[in-house]
Design a protein around this ligand. Structure first.
Ligand SMILES: Nc1ncnc2c1ncn2[C@@H]1O[C@H](COP(=O)(O)OP(=O)(O)OP(=O)(O)O)[C@@H](O)[C@H]1O
Ligand SMILES: [Mg+2]
Length: 323
């Protein structure tokens, strides 16, 4: 028995877990740092990759605490998606390390954090900035959909900004194949957050996940512009559907262009009438002139001191919903 093994066995269980993680990652050249995010099945930590002398983010998923659905469905789909999808607005994945206990996904670290944390700091964004991020989200989505996949968990906490203020889509935990020889593969499982769910998804009937992603992108756009969710975060599906049926309301205290309101109305339509590719990318809003931002209008996060865990975006309450 090695000294390291004897040392591990003398530690309490939680510390043994951390020690196993650190040892596994150290063997692959990573020095593990603080927690930067936490979700249902994963913890994400910052790390330094000595081999390439760069800071990375590592998503660590435990195979022992996750249920069968995660192991049989979510995990294989996430790995399939990240191995096959490469785009400038999708986080760059470096490698996947799999042990009997855990899966580690190493990826580029996005210095400026999630869009959710940005909205929490800023309240809402100037229209010109919201348009820039939304264009980047659409570029990623169009690529994913054309490649035959759907993301199925589009939301503010699944988009991060790198040091160059470029949007990167993350978290392919619910991704799926959405097209088979160009024919839609309908989804039957409820995925993602209620606040971002399209009405056809909320009715629990088989739905086309590509159109559901497009609806969710509308929720993102609205939240960027107004700093609140368009409908609500209501868990009771019937109440949420009633709100959706009443139609989207635009708060009068924030002025935005008629063109973006027109696009939002097209995004929040029943699936048969909802705007889709390629019309979505050609919306008039993308071509109108908008007032530029004044410099220094955005506050970037301060790096957390070493060893101090940043609270998880997923664990914090949702974007204010004053509607
Ligand atoms: N590359 C990254 N750079 C910076 N922060 C990241 C990065 N990847 C993830 N995070 C942070 O970690 C959080 C959780 O990551 P992610 O969304 O991949 O996992 P998750 O929500 O736990 O996934 P799931 O619950 O679907 O398994 C993100 O919301 C974000 O705050
Ligand atoms: Mg997530």
């Amino acid at each position: 028995m090695s000294a390291q093994t004897r040392l591990n066995e003398a530690l309490p269980e939680s510390q043994q877990r951390l020690s196993h993680q650190a040892t596994t990652l150290a063997t692959h050249g990573y020095i593990v740092g603080e927690v930067i995010g936490q979700g249902t099945y994963a913890v994400v930590k910052k790390a330094y990759w000595t081999k390439f002398k760069r800071t990375v983010a590592i998503k660590i998923m435990s195979k022992t605490t996750a249920g069968e659905t995660f192991l049989q469905k979510c995990l294989p789909r996430e790995l399939d998606a990240i191995r096959n999808l490469r785009h400038e607005n999708i986080i760059h994945y470096y490698e996947v390390i799999e042990t009997t206990m855990r899966v580690y996904i190493s990826m580029r670290y996005a210095e400026h954090g999630t869009l959710l944390s940005l909205i929490r700091r800023q309240g809402h964004l100037p229209e010109v900035r919201a348009r820039r991020y939304y264009r980047q989200l659409l570029a990623a989505l169009e690529y994913i959909h054309t490649a035959g996949y759907a993301h199925r968990d589009i939301k503010l906490e699944n988009m991060v900004l790198d040091g160059n203020d470029r949007l990167k889509l993350i978290d392919f935990g619910f991704a799926c194949r959405a097209r088979d020889a160009d024919a839609p593969v309908l989804s039957k499982t409820f995925c993602g957050s209620h606040a971002y769910a399209s009405p056809e998804l909320l009715r629990f009937k088989p739905y086309d996940p590509v159109h559901a992603d497009i609806w969710a992108s509308g929720v993102v756009l609205y939240s960027l512009l107004y700093g609140r969710l368009p409908f609500s975060n209501e868990k009771q599906v019937n109440l949420l559907l009633q709100k959706i049926n009443r139609g989207v309301i635009f708060p009068s205290n924030i002025t935005v262009s008629r063109e973006v309101q027109c696009l939002l109305k097209q995004l929040f339509l029943p699936v048969e009438k909802r705007i889709a590719w390629p019309e979505l990318g050609r919306s008039l809003w993308f071509f109108i002139e908008l007032e530029e931002e004044s410099p220094g209008q955005v506050e970037w996060p301060q790096p957390a001191p070493d060893g101090v865990a940043e609270p998880s975006a997923a664990k914090r309450s949702k974007v204010d919903n004053k509607a």
